[in-house]
Design a protein around this ligand. Structure first.
Ligand SMILES: NC(=O)c1ccc[n+]([C@@H]2O[C@H](COP(=O)([O-])OP(=O)(O)OC[C@H]3O[C@@H](n4cnc5c(N)ncnc54)[C@H](O)[C@@H]3O)[C@@H](O)[C@H]2O)c1
Ligand SMILES: [Zn+2]
Ligand SMILES: [Zn+2]
Length: 359
C-alpha cells in the first residue's frame, strides 16, 4: 500500500515527506495505522549517521488494521503503542529482560528484518526502516508483534506513543532498575522527556529529595511542576549546589545527557553505595571517572529502555498515568505531521517537553 513517511535522504539533512510503498504484514507482523508519534532525542542522534535513505521514528501509537496469521496478541481495531523489538529467544529475552536482548542492535538498528528485507520501498527500491521495531514517522507501519503493546481505548493515543520509549525509559530506570525506597534522594541530570519521566517516577516512589539538573530553565520549571524538590542550573556551580542539597551524597543519580563531564558529576554526587543509572546516548564516546570515586561501593549501571518488559510495564505505567500519578501528558506538545520540520526543531532545541506528531 502507498503511505506517507518522513524520509531521511542523507545523514544530517532535513526529513522529506514522501509517498512510499509499505509491504506486509508478514505472519508475525502487525499493520498499524499510526495516529501519532513522538520525537525522541535518539531519532535525532541516529539521523546524523544512520544508513540512508531511511525512515526513523519509534514512539508510534495507533490502531491495528491487519495482523499476520501467527499473531494472537492483538486484533484489528485494537489500540496499541509500539516499542523496541527483541529476538524472544536469547538468554536475556527468555529471562524477562528483552531490553538487553543479545540481538538488540541487529533487530532495532540494522534498518532491515533479520532476513535482510525491508517493509518500506521508495521508487521501487527497499530502504532502511524497522527502526526500533517500527519506523513510525509514517502514517502506517508494519511492526513485529513483539514490539506492539495493546492499550485501552480510553487512552489518549497522542500521549501513549512516548510511553513506548521516552516515558518508559525515564520511569523504568527508576521503578525497574534503581528502585528507590520512600525517603530516598535522587538526582536527575538532564530534564528532557526522559529525565522528566524519571522525576515523576521518583516522586511516585516516595523519594523525599528529587533534584533536577539542566541547562534549560524551562525544563527545570517542568521538572518542578512534576514534583522535583530542587531545580539546579547545570554548569560550574552544579556540584556545589548538589552538595548543599544532599551533604552526605545522593542515594541515586540518573544521567540522561550522555555527556562525560555530567556523568562524572553524577557519580561524584552519590553517597557511598549510591547507584547511578546511565541512560543518555550522547556526544561523549567515552565516559570516565576516577577509580577512587567508585571504590566506596558506588555502582554505575547502563539502562536500556528502562529495563522494561513492555507488555507488562507499559499498561502499568498507563494506569498510573490515568490515575494522575504519572502526569507526563503535561510534557506533550502536538504538531500536525505536515509540520514535521517545526516539530524536529522544537525537539532539538528543547522548546517543548515532548514533541508529538499527529496524523
Ligand atoms: N538508554 C535508553 O534506552 C534511551 C532511551 C531513550 C532515550 N535515550 C537517550 O536519553 C537521552 C535523553 O533523551 P531525551 O529525549 O530526554 O532528550 P532531550 O534532548 O529532550 O533531553 C536532554 C536534556 O539534557 C539537557 N542537558 C544537555 N547538556 C546538559 C548538561 N551539561 N547538564 C545538564 N543537562 C544538560 C538538555 O538541556 C535537555 O533538556 C538522549 O541521549 C537519548 O538518546 C536513551
Ligand atoms: Zn533476545
Ligand atoms: Zn527513544
Amino acid at each position: 500500500m502507498r503511505v506517507t513517511a518522513a524520509v531521511l535522504h542523507s545523514p544530517g539533512e532535513p526529513f522529506a515527506l514522501r509517498d512510499v510503498e509499505l509491504h506486509g504484514p508478514r505472519p508475525d507482523e502487525v499493520l498499524v495505522r499510526v495516529t501519532s508519534v513522538g520525537i525522541c532525542a535518539t531519532d535525532l542522534e541516529f539521523a546524523t549517521f544512520f544508513g540512508t535513505p531511511a525512515v526513523l521514528g519509534h514512539e508510534g501509537a495507533g490502531v491495528v488494521e491487519e495482523v499476520g496469521e501467527r499473531v494472537t496478541s492483538v486484533s484489528p481495531g485494537d489500540h496499541v503503542a509500539m516499542t523496541f523489538h527483541s529476538c524472544g529467544r536469547c538468554r536475556q529475552c527468555l529471562t524477562g529482560a528483552p531490553a538487553y536482548c543479545a540481538h538488540f542492535d541487529a533487530v532495532n538498528f540494522s534498518g532491515r528484518r533479520p532476513d535482510g528485507s525491508s517493509a518500506v520501498s521508495l521508487d521501487g527500491t527497499e530502504i532502511n526502516a524497522h527502526f526500533l521495531g517500527q519506523s513510525s514517522f509514517a502514517d502506517h507501519v508494519v511492526a513485529p508483534a513483539r514490539a506492539v503493546v495493546p492499550i485501552g481505548k480510553d487512552v489518549d493515543l497522542t500521549v501513549a506513543g512516548p510511553f513506548g520509549c521516552g516515558f518508559q525509559t525515564g520511569a523504568g530506570a527508576v521503578l525497574n532498575v534503581l528502585r528507590p525506597g520512600p525517603g530516598s534522594s535522587l538526582a536527575v541530570f538532564g530534564a528532557g522527556a526522559v529525565g522528566a519521566a524519571s522525576v515523576a517516577a521518583a516522586v511516585l516512589s516516595g523519594c523525599s529529595v528529587v533534584a533536577a539538573v539542566d541547562l534549560n530553565p524551562a525544563r527545570l520549571d517542568t521538572a518542578t511542576a512534576l514534583g522535583a524538590t530542587h531545580a539546579v542550573p547545570a554548569g560550574d556551580g552544579a556540584a556545589d549546589a548538589l552538595r548543599s542539597i544532599a551533604p552526605d551524597g545522593f542515594d541515586f543519580a540518573i544521567d540522561t545527557t550522555g555527556r562525560a563531564d555530567v556523568l562524572r558529576t553524577a557519580v561524584e554526587s552519590l553517597a557511598p553505595l549510591g547507584r547511578c543509572g546511565v541512560v543518555g546516548v550522547g556526544p561523549s564516546p567515552e565516559m570516565s571517572f576516577d577509580w577512587r570515586s567508585v571504590l566506596n561501593g558506588r555502582t554505575v549501571t547502563g539502562v536500556i529502555a528502562g529495563g522494561s518488559m513492555p507488555q507488562v510495564f507499559l499498561p502499568k505505567l498507563l494506569d498510573l498515568h490515568a490515575a494522575g500519578r504519572f502526569p507526563v501528558d503535561r510534557l506533550v506538545t502536538r504538531f500536525p505531521f505536515d509540520r514535521f520540520d517545526e516539530a524536529v526543531d522544537a525537539a532539538r532545541h528543547g522548546t517543548v517537553g515532548k514533541a508529538v506528531l499527529t496524523f
